[in-house]
Design a protein around this ligand. Structure first.
Ligand SMILES: Nc1ncnc2c1ncn2[C@@H]1O[C@H](COP(=O)(O)OP(=O)(O)O)[C@@H](O)[C@H]1O
Ligand SMILES: CC(=O)OP(=O)(O)O
Ligand SMILES: [Mg+2]
Length: 420
């Protein structure tokens, strides 16, 4: 044994490095990357941004360096793939002195959509973890490849930093077998790991907790139906902070009507299209995942555009809206029955947070269940969580903005921050 100190003092003239407390979060979707750089000492956001339309003729990068004046910069130029998108993001961050080379950067947190049965917790990325995410590509073909590229590109840029994967599926692993199993031969189900995994879990976890906070209660004391309505959409039933059912299944195709995905269809549709329509499996996959939902029904997947068309008397858009709402209402009813006692219904994500007509229509006629929306409250545009049900309502109806990036950063910091 020597008596040398375990930590070498900083050489004279050199400053000891500041503690690394920043986390960069990458939320890679099929054609977009959302990102945030946060300082986890106080959860403040230093930069936020979005790359959209990756792989299309013109892509768009919107970057807001909140720590450096906050003026949004927008670049419109083709960005071929997720690797190029991330490099462009890294460049934007560097322009404000917030680059990936910063010694203050502690870790990079990644949203990973499918974690299968293996990942129930945030996980530091290793070669084995990468192999597993790759193996799950067939059950999340729109998402896992993009998530993987995000990890590999970030690793190449900063091989010394811990990369943390936060899985969409993790929050749903508490579902009871009765909700997670399909009614098929268990031997076949087990052999191919077919079960209902559920997605958007980071959002469902965050929003159900924030809803409890809005009601002034502990999450353990509250039962919430969370409606995450973005491009992809899913509902969940959360009892006392734990997920007991959710609408997405083996893949993010089951459940609600979405931007381009059909949600629930009779599996017989697939056989029929193959046998009678002579479509290949890949063609059917593309039809149900990319050419269905609101887009398949009326040619638009943006709810703003659909509402505009309805206001102009467009019947095709009106029918698409009605189908979307009918499915949503069925899931509210189903999860009401699953939970038996419901304290709140929370609307979140792009459509849920912004589209007042969707919220109004989804709850219309459900007074018998104690559900109602106050038109004036529903029309208010505001940033934070808010109640939209009447004062006297038995069940709270709320708009609760999601923040997947903050939740991923929090989980990443909890995992790697304690080791530094
Ligand atoms: N002001 C708005 N009114 C109605 N719908 C909106 C509004 N803003 C965004 N949206 C909807 O939100 C969707 C995107 O939601 P988002 O949660 O960002 O989805 P994702 O994360 O799946 O890309 C858009 O496709 C659009 O339909
Ligand atoms: C899982 C999923 O559907 O994600 P997104 O809504 O980002 O497409
Ligand atoms: Mg999303």
């Amino acid at each position: 044994m020597t008596d040398r100190p375990t930590t070498a003092p900083a050489p004279a003239g050199e400053q000891a490095p500041a503690a690394a407390t920043r986390v960069l979060v990458l939320n890679s979707g099929s054609s977009s990357v959302k990102y945030q750089l946060l300082d986890m000492r106080d959860g403040s956001r230093l930069a936020v941004g979005l790359v959209e339309r990756i792989g299309e003729r013109t892509s768009r990068l919107k970057h807001t360096p909140l720590a450096a004046g906050g003026e949004t910069r927008e670049t419109n130029a083709p960005i071929a793939d997720h690797d190029a998108a991330l490099k462009a993001v890294a460049q934007e961050l560097s322009r404000d002195g917030l680059g990936l080379d910063s010694p203050e950067l502690l870790a990079i947190g990644h949203r990973v959509v499918h974690g299968g049965m293996f990942f129930t917790e945030p996980t530091v990325v290793t070669d084995e973890v990468i192999g597993e995410i790759e193996r799950l590509i067939p059950v999340a073909p729109l998402h896992n490849p993009a998530n993987l590229t995000g990890i590999l590109t970030a690793q190449a840029l900063r091989p010394d930093l811990p990369q943390v994967a936060v899985f969409d599926t993790a929050f749903h692993t508490t579902m009871p077998e009765a909700a997670a199993r399909y009614a098929i031969d268990p031997k076949i189900a087990d052999r191919y790991r077919i079960r209902r995994y559920g997605f958007h879990g980071t959002s469902h976890a965050y929003v159900s907790r924030e809803t409890a906070r809005l009601l002034g209660k502990a999450p353990e004391d509250v039962n919430v139906i969370v409606l995450h309505l973005g491009n992809g959409a899913s509902a969940s039933a959360v009892r006392g902070g734990r997920c007991v059912d959710t609408s997405m299944g083996l893949t993010p195709l089951e459940g609600l009507v979405m931007g381009t995905r059909s949600g629930d269809v009779d599996p017989g549709v697939v056989f029929h299209l193959a046998r009678v329509g002579h479509m290949s499996m890949d063609e059917i996959d593309t039809l149900l995942n990319k050419r269905s939902g609101l887009f398949g029904l009326c040619g638009d997947n943006d709810m703003r555009e659909i509402r505009r068309r309805i206001d102009e008397g467009d019947e095709e858009a009106a029918l698409a809206f009605d189908i979307y709402i009918h499915r949503l209402k069925k899931y509210i009813g189903a999860y009401y029955a699953v939970l038996a006692r419901v304290d709140a219904v929370a609307f979140t994500a792009g459509v849920g947070e912004n589209a007042a007509p969707v919220r109004e229509a989804a709850v219309a006629g459900l007074e018998g269940l104690g559900l109602a929306v106050d038109p004036q409250r529903n029309a208010v545009r505001a940033e934070g969580p808010r109640l939209i049900s009447p004062e006297s309502a038995r069940v709270a109806v709320a708009v609760v903005p999601t923040d997947e990036e903050l939740e991923i950063a929090t989980q990443t910091y909890a995992l790697v921050g304690k080791n530094t």
